[in-house]
Design a protein around this ligand. Sequence first.
Ligand code: UD1
Ligand code: CA
Length: 456
Amino acid sequence: MTNTYAVVLAAGQGTRMKSDLYKVLHPVCGKPMVEHVIDHIRGLGISRIVTIVGHGAETVEETLGEKSEYALQQEQLGTAHAVQQAERLIGDLDGTTMVVCGDTPLIRSETMEALIAHHKATGAKATILTAYADDPTGYGRIIRGENGQVLRNVEQKDATPEEQKVTEINTGTYCFDNRTLFETLKKVKNNNMQGEYYLPDVVGILQSESALVSAYVTGDFSETLGINDRVVLAEAECVMRRRIAEKHMRNGVTIINPENTYISAEAEIGRDTVLQPGTMIEGHTVIGNKCVIGPNSQIVNSVIGDRTTVHSSVVLSSRIGSVTAIGPFAHIRPDSNLGDSVKIGNFVEVKKSTLGEGSKVSHLSYIGDAKIGSHVNVGCGTITVNYDGKNKHLTTIEDDAFIGCNSNLVAPVTVGKGAYVAAGSTITKSVPESSLAIARARQENKEGYANKLNLN
Ligand code: UD1
Ligand code: CA
């Protein structure tokens, strides 16, 4: 979009959130709300985006990085004052500027696009995005004239009882002719209940100067929710959750119960994958086709191949191949890399370990800092003893090895290709290829001894 700019307001503290975290950084479906706003704007191909930062400026800039330019609002004197801070960067450009609040993460790119198109088509100097709310409490109200033309916006706190009955609200998103915006901002006064410079007053000022101002009404109020407290935060989460789930369902993912399945905005999920109830797919997770995830699995920042199942398990920052089975009740900790056709069974913890194709750890084991080849069978209750109290050490198990049940592998140690470890062994020395290691006390049977012990 040429000659089109965006300003995102994100300098407020968000007092009503009652939080140490700045409001615009509160996540909605795992992503900070202001980042949703920025991503939706970026979806339009707008070249210059200026985010107004104040409270938590550094953290906001760190979160958004290169996605935006920044202007600092030292003191939070109101939304008009906030926009003024962008003048230094874009004040002398010709074109259209869209202003969006950093706390309205649900406004979709499509709606922004429609607003901009409407604004350009009418040739208005200012266009305000409005919606009808069942309960407009807290929002600015749109006051229209006899012929339905937009006259001005009035804030909740400044509205007369009559004005408070109006259900058409200011969503906090606008389009302006860029030069007119910065000229008019200079005329905004703060003689209102909050002693703030209100951005929507620009609309009223322009109207009183007989400039053309317009409104674009969006049909879906839920899209325009402004998150001022945690009650609305939860409502927004619900709307966003539904929206993300619908996107995946339309792409061919089965979600048994979208109401209790949580998918991050970034996640990618392949066709014919089934998400069972109670599943959380978080962060930048990529899941292949025909997988079954859940019930009750949590997958964070991980990559999973095709036809893999993850049943009632936790997978963190790991890669998992195809046709692999995890769980129930397994814990795959960060930096693990499990190959294809691997089996990780119940009560198995894997940490920073690699398992090659076809290897199995079926029950009750701890595999940490291990490099396990392909077609290895790790018996029930095996432990890689990776920590000496100071340092972590590596366990290597080569292809086709067989580790008997209840073994301790005291790292650093290597079990060679095709070697066997007898059940109950504590292995402290490396086991050569194709050999059998037995490291346990030899059994002795004392015949008849039970009668001696059995004194009566
Ligand atoms: C604002 C609008 C209201 C609209 C509502 C929509 C004004 C005066 N009111 O009210 O008409 O219905 O949004 O959600 O604009 N901010 C700054 N600097 C400031 C003040 C605010 O950057 O000095 C930022 C905040 O971080 C926030 C956004 O602007 O992201 C909106 O501010 P907020 O205080 O939430 O305004 P509302 O009372 O919700
Ligand atoms: Ca708000």
